[in-house]
Design a protein around this ligand. Structure first.
Ligand SMILES: [Zn+2]
Length: 127
């Protein structure tokens, strides 16, 4: 689990107080919108449900800070669009294969266990 990204219920992004744009992962410093001069970013809980924008299976270990088991087991990844925040959040999908996913289907934030043990947030079917 990466500290500061997930509060047990919601993912935590940051919102620019100048232009209201939301970013994930959370960061500090300057607004990432080049048209905005905002420098105040505040924590923002993200919507728990979104729709699949794209998906794939990851046949190679992911880059840091994500963790992978040895030997590596392919995982399902989905880029989920959050309508209110107007962002896409990439994450591992729990208990679904690429064959189960369709663009536009709804997924909900959940928790799962990585192959090497840590509990992390994942995308899953709405409950
Ligand atoms: Zn801004």
């Amino acid at each position: 689990m990466i500290p500061g990204w997930f509060d047990g219920t919601h993912l935590i992004g940051t919102r620019c107080t100048t232009c209201q744009a939301v970013f994930f992962p959370p960061h500090q410093g300057f607004c990432r919108d080049p048209r905005c001069e905002g420098e105040e970013l505040v924590p923002q809980r993200l919507s728990r449900r979104g729709t699949v924008w794209s998906y794939t299976n990851a046949c190679y270990p992911p880059p840091a800070p994500f963790l992978a088991a040895e030997p590596y087991e392919p995982v399902t990844l989905a880029a989920v669009e959050l309508a209110r925040e107007r962002i896409v959040v990439l994450g591992q999908v729990k208990d679904l294969a690429v064959e189960d996913l369709r663009v536009g289907m709804e997924l909900e934030l959940t928790e799962g266990t990585l192959a090497d043990g840590p509990r992390v947030w994942m995308w899953g079917l709405p409950r």
